[in-house]
Design a binder for this molecule. Structure first.
Ligand SMILES: Cc1cc2nc3c(=O)[nH]c(=O)nc-3n(C[C@H](O)[C@H](O)[C@H](O)COP(=O)(O)O)c2cc1C
Ligand code: SF4
Ligand code: SF4
Length: 256
């Protein structure tokens, strides 16, 4: 089959993962639409996808798993024997069980994982895999998109067994311990609070609820004034060792 439509459904806090998804979809030459589930204001879907469509699910890897906030939202999408692609973007450490988890979740909800990928994206913390996905990564993603289309022409087959991962999955997906600060240049526009992935930012746009924040750094990424930032010597110190530990280059992996 050639899909009548491709829909990207993604959680992408610092906008790295969504680049790969777009590159995969664009190579297919089908109409593409996007559903961004990153903000806490995300509204659950009301309709299931059909068997003639393709859905590309995207999420980052947090501690070897899908972030819990992303998993909850992804779990609200339903398919009807709908082919899907499970794409995890990770920050050059490892994706552990997250790709398997995304395939399993999709299957439980009526989708058939016909392909999957573990893509490298710049790490949220420190300076790791800086600038990735780069042009070469996106070319590889486009090649993967073309392969998916060719595979779909031959029929729909579930590739979950080709994806590495433990079951039960390792513990993870909870987020990190770092909390952004708000600098004096904040103009109280409210964008960070609106876009926060968990609704952790208070009505003053400065207070962060420690129990809700997952250190996704989306508020830092979206602030037009660069007024949300990490100002924390303990974070700086952590980054020095972390940058060194994860400096060896890793490659994208595709499962089809
Ligand atoms: C709390 C947290 C945990 C993370 N855990 C991992 C991990 O286990 N392995 C890894 O390689 N990268 C990890 N990362 C890095 C992200 O997977 C990476 O930055 C990814 O590109 C983010 O994608 P996004 O901007 O599309 O959300 C983590 C990032 C955060 C914020
Ligand atoms: S987005 Fe930036 S400028 Fe706007 S309220 Fe948040 S910190 Fe302040
Ligand atoms: S406050 Fe925490 S959870 Fe919200 S966007 Fe910022 S880092 Fe992410």
């Amino acid at each position: 089959m050639k899909p009548t439509k491709v829909t990207l459904v993604y959680f992408s806090a610092t906008n790295t993962g969504k680049k790969g998804l777009k590159a995969i979809a664009q190579a297919m030459g089908c109409p593409v639409s996007e559903i961004d589930i990153t903000a806490h204001t995300f509204a659950s879907p009301t309709e299931a996808f059909g068997a003639d469509e393709l859905v590309i699910f995207g999420a980052p890897c947090y501690g070897g798993r899908i972030p819990k906030a992303a998993a909850e939202r992804l779990g609200t999408f339903k398919g009807n024997n709908t082919p899907c692609v499970a794409v995890i973007t990770y920050g050059n450490r490892h994706y552990d069980d997250s790709v398997a988890e995304l395939c399993d979740m999709a299957k439980q909800n009526g989708f058939v994982p016909v392909a999957a990928a573990a893509l490298i994206g710049q790490h949220t913390f420190g300076q790791i895999a800086v600038g990735r996905p780069n042009e070469d990564d996106l070319k590889e993603d486009a090649g993967f998109g073309a392969k998916i289309l060719a595979a779909l022409e031959k029929g729909i087959s579930d590739i979950t067994d080709k994806v590495p991962g433990n079951r039960p999955y390792k513990d993870g997906g909870s987020g990190g311990k770092f909390r952004p600060s708000t600098l004096d240049k904040c103009v109280s526009c409210g964008l960070c609070a609106k876009m926060c992935s968990t609704g952790a930012i208070g009505p003053d746009f400065r207070t962060i609820d420690d129990t809700k924040c997952i250190s996704c750094f989306r508020c830092i990424a979206v602030c037009p004034m660069k007024a949300k930032a990490m100002v924390n010597p303990a974070y700086d110190e952590f980054c020095v060792g972390f940058n060194e530990k994860l400096s060896a280059r890793r490659e994208n992996e595709y499962f089809i």
